[in-house]
Design a protein around this ligand. Structure first.
Ligand SMILES: Cc1cc2nc3c(=O)[nH]c(=O)nc-3n(C[C@H](O)[C@H](O)[C@H](O)COP(=O)(O)O)c2cc1C
Length: 375
């Protein structure tokens, strides 16, 4: 189904507004799982035949490839993501308060460069409504069969100096339903959000969220939830390593590398150049090398045990394996799904399995950071 998507659907997408096409696809995915044979058909077409088990964050991930934040901000198509065989699903960015985001248009496709520029600005239904949706979903269908991650952002109306309270309120609201929280201090589309990557901002957010986390864990008599920090690519390597070490020393359980970039690649293609002149964060192919380099840098400084989640420009098994060898244990994609369609999960998982077998790795974990160590 990868080829039909590339030859039939992708050309059609060129004539549609990017955000409208996105909402249509999400609704279609949701609808497919509501139809009598829809879920089974999705599974038949897209679900990988192989598993690549990864033990992490208190769960067994059946494969390391998940959905990146931003694709399903309000968590409306959980069963669809499960059916196409993703190893985990990240919903959000969720903010404490519901917000509309920036004026439209705010999402643009650069088709030749296989890239997107977006300035969505955390449009989402807010922590209360999303909590209600998850409550209904869990009652009706039970917990999703794969770990559910929640990406937490800051509400635009909340001043920066009390951002920690805003993050903690969302954590409190969604705690019961979440397997892993990702603290997003790196979206370029909320004014000054990236300032929270500094020591004071980050430590305060982590402290406040961990307090809520431990209190709820005690009340429920279960383990606290893992917290990851998601970082921007527009940092020097020194800044990046400093932030990673600050996160690690302040009880973050791992890091997500990376969010979208403010940088722009060179292009001779006029339409893509127009897209690149738009304000916002760039994702997709042009982000790939930088995000892999970030993984390599952080892995060298944080040691083997602290997990890195690699995201940025993954659209093939080769891209995925590069990030594993650089030091990522789990992977995610957003733009790759826009350009390659839902078959991406199957092709990445099958291709990764093939690369692991071919290179005589007994598990995915034994290939993590392989660039650094002799086998
Ligand atoms: C339209 C859009 C919205 C996004 N929204 C979020 C978000 O709310 N929170 C977040 O942490 N990342 C968000 N991202 C970033 C992605 O999760 C991912 O880090 C980035 O796109 C790089 O991955 P990719 O090259 O596979 O797209 C968004 C990306 C896009 C394209």
């Amino acid at each position: 189904m990868g080829v039909p998507y590339r030859w039939l659907i992708r050309p059609l997408l060129r004539f549609q507004d990017s955000e409208k096409a996105h909402h249509r696809s999400l609704r279609l995915l949701r609808l497919a799982t509501a139809l009598p044979f829809g879920g089974g058909t999705l599974k038949l077409l897209y679900h990988p035949r192989h598993e690549i088990p990864v033990e992490l964050f208190g769960h067994t991930y059946k494969n390391p490839f998940g959905l990146a934040a931003g694709m399903d901000k309000n968590g409306i198509a959980l069963r669809g993501w499960e059916r196409i065989g993703l190893g985990f699903i990240e919903i959000g960015g969720v903010t404490q308060h519901e917000q509309e985001g920036n004026p439209k248009p705010r999402m643009f496709r650069a088709n030749q460069s296989l890239a997107l520029v977006n300035r969505m600005g955390f449009n989402n239904e807010g922590s209360d409504k999303i909590r209600q949706r998850l409550e209904v979903h869990f009652k009706r269908y039970g917990r999703p069969s794969v770990p559910l991650w929640v990406n937490v952002g800051k509400s635009k109306i909340t001043p920066l100096d009390i951002a920690h309270e805003d993050y903690a309120a969302t954590v409190h609201a969604l705690w019961q339903f979440t397997d892993v929280f990702v603290i997003n201090v790196s979206s370029p589309n909320t004014p000054n959000l990236r300032d929270l990557q500094n020591d004071d901002g980050l430590v305060r957010i982590l402290d406040t969220c961990q307090k809520v986390n431990h209190q709820l864990a005690d009340e429920h008599g279960i383990q606290p939830k893992p917290f990851l920090v998601k970082v921007a690519p527009d940092l020097t390597n020194e800044q990046l390593v400093h932030i990673a070490l600050t996160a690690k020393n302040n009880h973050a359980d791992g890091i997500v590398l990376s969010n979208t970039t403010l940088a722009r690649p060179k292009t001779n293609h006029k339409q893509d150049a127009n897209v690149f002149s738009e304000t916002g964060g760039l994702s997709g192919q042009p982000l790939k090398e930088r995000s892999t380099e970030m993984i390599r840098q952080v892995r060298q400084h944080v040691g083997k045990e602290w997990p890195i989640v690699g995201v940025g420009g993954i659209s093939s098994p080769h891209d995925a394996f590069e990030k594993i060898k650089a030091g990522a244990t789990l992977l995610q994609a957003y733009s790759g799904f826009v350009f390659e369609g839902p078959a991406l999960s199957k092709s990445v998982v099958h291709g990764l399995k093939h690369s692991l077998d071919k290179n005589h790795y007994s598990s995915l974990q034994s290939a993590v950071g392989a660039d650094e160590q002799p086998k």
